[in-house]
Design a protein around this ligand. Structure first.
Ligand code: CU
Ligand code: CU
Length: 341
């Protein structure tokens, strides 16, 4: 029995992160309780390690706020090369940082720029990209990007510059291609742990002709193996903090086009999923084509898979979104959209 399932069965696991979740109902926004759209349909009242009613992580505690991470696109420092081409430059540093991932639960994370997920790097196809990576962690790391690039820019051990040791820097340089929704992550062994500790982020390459204007947001699906046993996860999240968007719903406007850049980096579980209530979305796998492949309300992604979801909310109110792997939902991977006029 995995530690995650022992958790769900109500067993106490005293992990190296000092996990001490209280048993109780899931905390949901007061207004959601009143409208009856609360977690009861999906997990309220389950026996297991959930959050004490109303308790939550203060977004200021960790130095990043998942509500801001959601729409935080980092376009880098932009300049023009001779001939008119765009150059984008970023400085990214890895560091070891203890985060409060649930009330009273501290997790020894490894981060890019002090946050989980790392910054969302965004560019346009054909730009020249320079990413200066500094390893301020006590452990060796790299930045490995998905996309087209030469082997010595791949950020894997033994090729090109290879591993970046603590205190060292290296600048990855490559062209932005192909357009789509990609990711980056550390690629040092043991790979599962280097990723699970938090070293990942979203990498968006916009098509030369931009997608239509929309309320855009990034959702990175991941988990926390707080016991470090490599057997599943004890907590699941989008953009860093389990249950964050239950307490702080994602506010959107009725009938406005919403575009979600959805990335799965979940370690230790083979699949993740995304499901939305009261709505359907167009799905663009990997974002590398401009025509959707599917019109649905649920998609699954293996680790490293990602895709763009486009939708409009026809009705006001609160709508849940969560992993349709409901076990993950009850351990943190759920939230609300709040649709206003
Ligand atoms: Cu690493
Ligand atoms: Cu990868």
């Amino acid at each position: 029995m995995s530690s995650r399932r022992r958790f769900l069965a109500g067993g106490a696991v005293a992990g190296s992160a000092g996990l001490a979740l209280s048993v109780g109902r899931l905390a949901v926004p007061a207004s959601a309780e009143q409208t009856g759209t609360h977690a009861g349909a999906h997990g309220g009242g389950v026996a297991g390690p959930t959050f004490r009613l109303g308790s939550m992580v203060d977004p200021n505690t960790n130095g990043f706020d998942p509500s801001k991470v959601l729409r935080d696109f980092d376009y880098g420092t932009v300049s023009r090369l001779p001939g008119g081409r765009t150059l984008r430059e970023w400085e990214i540093a890895s560091s070891d940082k203890e985060l409060e991932i649930a009330p009273g639960v501290r997790y020894p994370a490894w981060t890019f720029n002090g946050r989980i997920p790392g910054p969302t790097l965004r560019c346009t196809e054909g730009d020249l990209l320079r990413v200066k990576f500094t390893n301020s962690s006590a452990h060796p790391h790299t930045m490995h990007f998905h996309g087209l690039h030469p082997a010595d820019m791949d950020g894997v051990p033994g090729i090109g510059r290879g591993v970046i040791e603590p205190g060292e820097s290296f600048t990855y340089e490559f062209d932005a291609s192909p357009f789509g929704l990609h990711l980056y992550h550390c690629h040092v062994s043991p790979l599962a742990e280097h990723i699970a500790r938090g070293l990942y982020g979203t990498f968006i390459v916009d098509p030369p002709r931009p997608r239509p204007p929309a309320d855009e947001m990034v959702m990175v699906m991941h988990g926390f193996n707080t016991t470090f046993d490599g057997e599943g996860n004890q907590l699941y999240a989008v953009n860093g903090i389990p249950f964050h968007y239950m307490h702080h719903p994602v506010r959107v406007k009725r009938n406005e086009l919403v575009r979600i850049y959805l990335v799965n980096v979940l370690e230790y579980d083979p699949i993740n999923s995304f499901h939305i209530h009261g709505n359907f979305f167009d799905y663009y796998p990997t974002g590398t084509r401009l025509e959707p492949s599917e019109f649905t309300d649920t998609i699954v992604q293996a680790q490293g898979q990602r895709g763009i979801c486009e939708l409009r909310f026809p009705y006001p109110g609160q709508y849940m979104f969560h992993a349709h792997k409901t076990e993950f939902a009850e351990l943190g991977w759920m939230g609300f959209f709040e649709v206003g006029e």
